[in-house]
Design a protein around this ligand. Structure first.
Ligand code: NAP
Length: 342
């Protein structure tokens, strides 16, 4: 089968580089276009982007010329967007209208009614709303989003607990600095420090999980009925968001029943290339999960949970720029192909 052409919008940034890494040897997609701001357009990718990942930038990709984020300049069937949210509003709609499948990382469209907020292991049936979206806008293409990097970790961990009746979630996050992008936080501000404020983060985290765990009924997504209360903090960790979670469950399960529900979770996506062997890994050691030790689990696509105690309380951790960003969008696009949208 011929590979599907894939473009990356915002390819020079922290998430954009993770997209390049995830696509460079992908069995279904081939990287066909790299786009960024007019500061980078016209330059070779190796000049425009300061490659900061531990893996090598392949020579042929370094030689590619960066183009503008313009549907007329990008040659692809699917585009992955890692643009700033304010830029994404117009650009992503333009690409969907021009016939591209758009898998976006940005917050711009996450809460829009006819746009799926996807985690394939949680709500693949929400892709049904694409029909409604195309009718509403007259688009040849379509637009999907993945959740905020903090939401995605705990929302995935909630999925096996839905059967116990989720009533309320309280969470406190310890978020990595890569979540703010390369130019996000000066090292002088974060070294030896904790910053107890991330602009707009708590608002996103408090509303996205209900849409993700909602049901698709009569052409709309009906949000799940539970409350989320969040406090978000930036900590001096490179990659990996850690979240301390307190959850009220109607059926009052024991910690062992919750642990078993995590272990039994088997979302059956039928072998998507980016899907990890286990979406949720249970760590029984008293001092796990930890970002440095657990963020690469499942090539960065598994989340790890541990310290499951009565309450119910537990810790949840995952790689914010892989499972929380680029890997999430790539998994979504693999699902598009599986269900015939690509
Ligand atoms: N970092 C994370 O963990 C994470 C997780 C989930 C979601 N997100 C979201 O993903 C998006 C990207 O985040 P990031 O951390 O990768 O940011 P970043 O490192 O600052 O990268 C931003 C990218 O967007 C491009 N860009 C900036 N302004 C532009 C414009 N006016 N027109 C076209 N391209 C423009 C930049 O190109 P130039 O190099 O040419 O300036 C660069 O490629 C954001 O919306 C963020 O909220 C990030």
């Amino acid at each position: 089968m011929a590979k599907i052409k894939a473009g990356v919008l915002g390819a020079t940034g922290a998430v954009g580089q993770r997209f390049i890494e995830g696509l460079k040897e992908h069995p279904w997609f081939e990287l066909s276009s790299i786009a960024a701001s007019e500061r980078s357009a016209g330059k070779k990718y190796s000049i425009a982007a300061k490659w900061r990942l531990e893996s090598e930038l392949p020579k042929d990709i370094g030689e590619m010329t960066v183009v503008n984020v313009d549907p007329d300049e990008v040659e692809a069937d699917v585009v992955f967007s890692a643009l700033p949210a304010e830029e994404a509003i117009k650009v992503e709609a333009d690409f969907a209208a021009a016939g591209f499948a758009v898998a976006s990382n940005t917050s711009s469209y996450r809460m829009v009614e006819d746009v799926p907020l996807l985690i394939p292991e949680c709500n693949k049936e929400h892709l049904e709303i694409i029909k409604v979206q195309r009718e509403n806008h007259g688009w040849d293409g379509f637009l999907t989003t993945n959740p905020n990097c903090t939401t995605i970790m705990f929302a995935l961990s909630l999925k096996p607990l839905v059967k116990f009746g989720i009533e309320k979630v309280i969470l406190s996050s310890m978020q990595a600095i890569s979540g703010a992008g390369y130019d996000g936080i000066p090292s002088m501000a974060i070294m030896d420090n904790v910053i107890p404020f991330i602009s707009g983060e708590e608002e996103k985290v408090e509303r996205e999980a209900q849409k993700i765990l909602g049901t698709y009924e009569g052409g709309r997504i009906v949000p799940a009925d539970f409350e989320v209360s969040a406090s978000c903090h930036r900590v001096p960790v490179m990659d990996g968001h850690t979240e301390a979670i307190w959850i009220t469950l109607r059926d009052d399960p024991t910690p062992e029943e919750v642990r078993q529900a995590f272990l039994d979770f088997d979302p059956q996506l039928s072998d998507l290339p980016t899907e990890p062997e286990r979406a949720i890994i249970v760590r029984d050691e008293p001092d796990r999960p930890q970002p440095r030790l657990d963020r690469q689990a499942g090539r960065g696509m598994s989340i790890s949970v541990g310290r499951i105690r009565s309450g119910i309380r537990y810790i949840c951790m995952g790689h914010n720029t892989v499972r929380g960003a680029a890997g999430a969008s790539i998994l979504n696009a693999e699902l598009f192909r599986k269900v015939g949208l690509l």
